[in-house]
Design a protein around this ligand. Structure first.
Ligand code: UDX
Length: 457
């Protein structure tokens, strides 16, 4: 009798920082003999296919399908509150229909739904259809334990039952864990009051739906966050395997990667270049954008800067007067970089980052020190790991009067991180510690193998 392959239906939250790690995990699953159907929203599916140089390459391995997200093409998908509500309302029924169609038409039925933790409704669909379930949490374990601790935050009087802040008291869940100011809690640092309420309600609800999953996989490593994993042993680490997994093919980028920057990096001295990238979401206003440009100019180091076309209203054409000419000999600007390859390049000296978790793990996996410029959501927790727990980077201080990060502050912190070997040495030690988890016999490797056994059982 031929035993059918496990057929996993993977569904990421429809944002770049979630699609990439889910796709990387699916590439690992395929390499272990699983079949994967990968569900994007129609909107993201088009972007990914357009951005890929050879879509057939990835579709050989992973069956890419899509369903509507319920928004019109021109609507703002960076409005997280609206996106969360719409996808829950529309995608739930679409997902159920999709699974029914697959199971009616294919010999190999879906055997497991692997959903982003933030899509609790996908787990409910799987439960209703009697399909086994796993979730992927794409941020630090400490952020998930912080979400699990919502009832305690309410008991301690730090927030009320609607997530509104009551007390300005620094939060540390356990020794050796990051510090969080209440205003930097995930929901409290996103958008307006309505968005904050929707994010808080979603997180509270997901604390319940996650219990429907047999596996809570987390893109982190036990040695990076021992205290967080001790707080919630049900969270299973599988990182940083994913941060080094792209196998030379796209992992679902929404923009085409500009590979010319790799040749440019080849021409720079070893350990000299500042790499600046703010992930897929962050936007700038003109004053701050100019100040960053001028900070890079006066720092007088080679730099590779990712300026997405949507970094701010027309901002990618609005550098300070003469900036591009003056820095032409030592600076390169791209729309979207092959980030994992960039961070692994020997010419990179440090990573000026918004501290998204994927960026954080990718920097850690390559032994690169950080300059931290967080904006919202989990990024402050990640900054605290980098600066307070792992000691592999420095944070920027904002100017008290204007609230912006000034060019002088940028120069000062660049000099501090590049001028003190402590940061690079710590980053190299952390890399070794983290990567051991993904090696044969490492905790993440063991968890991943156990997960595969469960899928095949
Ligand atoms: C979002 C949140 O901001 C982040 O905090 C959360 O942890 C996940 O969702 P994003 O802002 O896009 O993600 O940041 P990040 O998590 O760092 O993910 C960005 C991904 O895009 C990384 O995998 C990075 O390698 C990739 N990237 C970024 C590129 O491939 N090229 C680039 O030029 C920039």
């Amino acid at each position: 009798m031929v035993i059918p392959l496990p057929h996993i239906l993977a569904i990421p939250f429809p944002a770049q920082g979630h699609v990439i790690p889910m796709m990387e995990l699916c590439q690992c699953l395929v390499s272990q003999g699983c079949k994967v159907t990968f569900v994007n929203t129609d909107y993201n599916h088009k972007r990914i296919i357009n951005a890929m140089s050879s879509p057939a390459h990835i579709e050989d391995q992973i069956h890419m399908v899509s369903i509507p997200d319920g928004m019109d093409p021109w609507e703002d998908r960076n409005d997280i509150g609206k996106l969360l509500e719409t996808i829950k309302r529309v995608m739930r029924a679409e997902l159920e229909e999709l699974i029914k169609n697959i199971n009616d038409s294919e010999d190999d039925n879906i055997t497991c739904v692997l959903a982003d933790e933030t899509l609790g409704w996908a787990l409910e669909v799987a439960e209703k259809m009697n399909i086994k379930r796993a979730v992927l949490w794409t941020s630090a374990a400490a952020v998930l334990t912080l979400s699990f601790s919502i009832p305690k935050l309410i008991d301690d009087g730090i927030i009320n039952t609607k997530g509104v802040l009551l007390k300005n008291q620094m939060i540390q869940q356990a020794p050796m864990m990051p510090f969080t100011k209440p205003e930097n809690l995930v929901w409290a640092s996103i958008g307006d009051a309505t968005t904050q309420r929707i994010v808080f309600e979603t997180m509270s609800r997901n604390n319940q739906t996650v219990k429907l999953a047999d596996w809570i996989l987390c893109n982190s490593a036990i040695d990076l966050e021992p205290a967080a994993f001790a707080l919630a042993p049900e969270i299973q680490p599988i990182g940083p395997m994913l941060a080094t997994t792209r196998l030379g093919i796209s992992s679902g980028s929404f923009w085409a990667e500009d590979l010319s920057c790799l040749e440019w990096l080849d021409q720079q001295p070893q350990n000299s270049v500042i790499y600046i990238a703010f992930g897929s979401f962050t936007v700038f206003d003109k004053t701050q954008f100019h100040e960053l440009a001028l900070g890079l100019e006066i720092s007088n180091k080679p730099f590779l800067w990712v300026v997405r076309e949507d970094i701010g209203n027309g901002l990618n054409h609005a550098y300070p007067d003469g900036f591009l000419d003056r820095t032409e000999s030592r600076g390169k600007v791209v729309n979207w970089a092959p980030q994992q390859k960039v961070l692994g390049h020997p010419s990179i000296a440090c990573f000026l980052s918004h501290c998204g978790w994927n960026s954080t793990l990718e920097g850690v996996s390559n032994g690169v020190p950080f300059l931290c410029w967080p904006y919202f959501a989990d990024q402050f927790v990640n900054e605290s790991y980098i600066c307070d727990v792992w000691n592999v980077g420095e944070r920027f201080e904002r100017d008290e009067e204007s609230g912006i990060i000034k060019q002088g502050e940028i120069k000062k912190k660049v000099e501090q991180v590049l001028g003190d070997d402590k940061f690079k040495n710590n980053a190299l030690s952390l890399k070794e510690l983290a990567m051991n988890n993904a090696m044969q016999g490492g905790q993440s490797h063991i968890v991943f193998n156990n997960f595969i056994d469960w899928l095949k059982a």
